[in-house]
Write a protein that binds this ligand. Structure first.
Ligand code: AMP
Ligand code: ZN
Ligand code: FE
Ligand code: FE
Length: 280
């Protein structure tokens, strides 16, 4: 049984529609796939219809941009009530931060003499609820300024580069609480990538368990073997669920193919309990 619990569609910065993503998941041999767009749940209905058609189990999730001690932390939330108002309010704030950032990013690029407009970005972001730097990268590609998303991040968009602009992110502990209150299951995404590894010590993670954290995404392409071993040990000590996922973005992120990392069925069962019928 193959379970991949972290993927992105065009509703955020992936390149597949939710339907294409689910079809590709079935083609890749997955039995269970979670759709976890950044800060948005707008792909769920379309993905569910596709999942019913192709006979694969969909887990409804999202990946929320959070902050802890001034560092960015990505938090996966599985199966929250999508009508829970306090959660929706906070997601609106995060999406608002994305909207506020876009014109500032464009202004920085224009200051560098690059002919790019907000309309260029909106043309490539299409029906995305969460507009992000990958869409700016795609617009730069369309303008012939760079060849790939990676090159756009490397030259302009990552922290320390000239077109990087900070934006609002949700407080991590508060968001864990909101997800739990919405009946959802919070899991820290790629806990030890560059931004977050400095703040997410074992002690801090233990504190997050106290406010409702249920899992760690240990098996992720951004973690080397040693990192995975150490995170798995922390998860073991704290009795946290261990997940593994691709973080698939379609053609937007090379090497993060569907099913490249997977979650063990017993871990998925613990994570999702009676929220999703995994075995059918
Ligand atoms: P944003 O949501 O605007 O903060 O942009 C962050 C997203 O950009 C991440 O979730 C990744 O999907 C993507 N990303 C980050 N670094 C790179 C990179 N070097 N190349 C391509 N995509 C990236
Ligand atoms: Zn992304
Ligand atoms: Fe992430
Ligand atoms: Fe992701």
């Amino acid at each position: 049984m193959l379970i991949d619990l972290h993927t992105h569609s065009r509703r955020s910065d992936g390149t597949d529609s939710p339907t294409e993503l689910v079809e590709n998941a079935a083609r890749a041999g997955l039995d269970v796939v979670a759709l976890t767009d950044h800060d948005a749940m707008t792909g769920w209905d379309e993905a569910q219809a596709a999942a019913d058609r192709v006979g694969i189990t969909l887990v409804k999730g999202l990946e929320i941009s959070c902050r802890h001690q001034y560092r960015g932390v990505h938090l996966l939330g599985y199966e929250p009530d999508p009508t829970y108002a306090p959660l929706l309010d906070e997601l609106e704030r995060v999406l608002g931060g994305r909207q506020d950032r876009l014109p500032k990013t464009i202004a920085r690029l224009q200051d560098l003499g690059i002919p790019i407009t907000e309309a260029d970005v909106l043309a490539v972001s299409g029906d995305a609820a969460a507009t992000g730097r990958p869409h700016v990268a795609d617009a730069l590609i369309a303008r012939g300024v760079v060849a790939t998303r990676d090159e756009a991040f490397e030259r302009y968009l990552m922290p320390g580069r000239p077109a990087y602009v900070d934006r609002y992110a949700a407080d991590l502990e508060n968001m864990i609480g909101l997800l739990v209150a919405a009946g959802g299951r919070p899991v820290i995404a790629h806990p030890w990538t560059r931004q977050s590894r400095k703040v997410l010590t074992a002690e801090v993670i233990a504190g997050l368990v106290d406010v409702g954290l249920v899992g760690l995404e240990v098996d992720h392409n951004d973690h080397d073997a040693d990192t995975r071993t150490r995170l798995r040990a922390i998860a073991g000590e704290l009795d946290l669920v261990v997940t593994g996922s691709s973080d698939y973005h379609g053609t937007g992120k090379i090497g993060y193919d569907l099913g490249v990392n997977t979650t063990a069925p017993e871990q998925a069962a613990r994570l999702l309990e009676d929220r999703v019928a995994l075995f059918r």
